[in-house]
Design a protein around this ligand. Structure first.
Ligand code: ATP
Ligand code: LTN
Length: 334
């Protein structure tokens, strides 16, 4: 809690081009939740350097992502939208939390195992302590809830363990955060292999809808989407491809799976795929238009970046000073 308000923290890395999965599974829910909580949505650029990045590219992508947050409907006056690297408290708290996290805990993290096998030539200490920086992001704002995908639950569990451990030693310093997993759109699957999640790092461009894909590309990708030979629009685990298309259509139109099945009763996959494609174009087109408009307004985006970093710095300092005092760092004379 910060004052009267329940706090929400979440973040996204700016590596790769965002997909429809990122939008329906994360961003869209963020907008909904912003009515209910005091929200901090960060572009977690410090996490990105755990793998090698081109500096100019990293900077540009971070700005694009922040712009996209606003284009998706997050109000920068009501929510705190900022770059992690602009707020020094993330790194400062991460160091402290590092000293309360065990090697054995970090060794168990499945994302570390995955990423270290993918980047075998660069298994750096940052990749290993990545979950500690994530815990610092969350605990720095006394967050009550953290919307994350299922893949991040293990990291959130670690953040809770660290918070509870330190609360046990020093009395209540941290709010212990709860995960929030949205129901609709929680897991959008690849259009080419419905057993795999849609991911921005997929090598096959037909597997993912990118948020900046034009309408023709979107329609073409849906036409090519892998389905099955059943030939009827039904919602079950055996028809994984159709299941995924129903999920996408539901998330874009607000209709339930049952309503969708009824709507396409007796119709072929061709018609259904067209309808799904059109519903996605209907959602993405306004997002793209707003994104382009905002990209042209450099002064406005710069102002948001400055003001929101100051706001985040202010709130994060409160927690940081409290923690520093509790663990015995000397108090700064006024
Ligand atoms: P990468 O391919 O680089 O692992 P990613 O596309 O899986 O990236 P992340 O950066 O790990 O995306 O996730 C950003 C946010 O988007 C997270 O909250 C994550 O849970 C959500 N997300 C990512 N992919 C999907 C998906 N296919 N369906 C629903 N939500 C998703
Ligand atoms: N690790 C997350 C991104 C992330 C995050 C966070 C999410 C960094 N810090 C704090 C929620 C809360 C990811 O890769 N999706």
């Amino acid at each position: 809690m910060l004052g009267e308000n329940k706090v929400l923290f979440s973040g996204m890395q700016s590596t790769g081009n965002l997909t429809l999965g990122n939008y329906l599974g994360a961003l869209k829910n963020w907008v909904k939740l912003s009515d209910e909580y005091m929200c901090f949505y960060s572009v977690v650029d410090m996490h990105s350097i755990t793998v090698r990045q081109d500096p100019a590219d990293l900077r540009q992508r971070a700005r694009n992502l922040l712009t996209l947050y606003i284009a998706a409907g997050l109000d920068p006056e009501k929510n705190c939208l900022y770059y992690q690297s602009h707020v020094s408290g993330h790194a400062e708290l991460a160091w402290i939390l590092n000293c309360f996290t065990y090697m054995g805990e970090l060794n168990r993290m499945t994302q570390f195992k995955d990423k270290s096998s993918k980047h075998a030539d660069n298994i750096n200490a940052g990749l290993f302590t990545y979950p500690v920086l994530m815990a610092a992001d969350i605990l720095l704002y006394q967050s009550d809830v953290v919307p994350v995908g299922k893949d991040q639950l293990q990291h959130l569990e670690l953040a809770r363990d660290i918070a509870q451990r330190m609360n046990g030693i020093y009395g209540d310093i941290f709010t212990v955060p709860e995960p929030y997993i949205g129901k609709v759109g929680a897991k959008i699957m690849s259009l080419q292999d419905p057993a795999k999640k849609m991911s921005k790092s997929d090598e096959n461009p037909n597997a993912s809808i990118y948020l900046m894909d034009d309408p023709d590309t979107i329609m073409r990708k849906f036409k090519r989407a892998v389905t099955d030979s059943e030939g009827c629009v039904a919602y079950n685990d055996e028809q994984a491809g159709i299941h995924n298309l129903i999920d996408i259509y539901s998330a874009c139109t607000g209709k339930s799976a049952e309503e969708v099945v009824k709507e396409f009763d007796g119709k072929g996959y061709g018609d259904f795929k067209m309808a799904v494609g059109e519903s996605v174009v209907g959602v993405l087109k306004p997002l793209q238009d707003e994104y382009k408009r905002l990209q042209g307004d450099k002064a406005y985006i710069d102002k948001i970046i400055k003001e929101n970093a100051d706001k985040a710095q202010y709130y994060s300092n409160k927690t940081l000073r409290k923690v520093q005092k509790k663990i015995g760092f000397p108090v700064r004379p006024n």
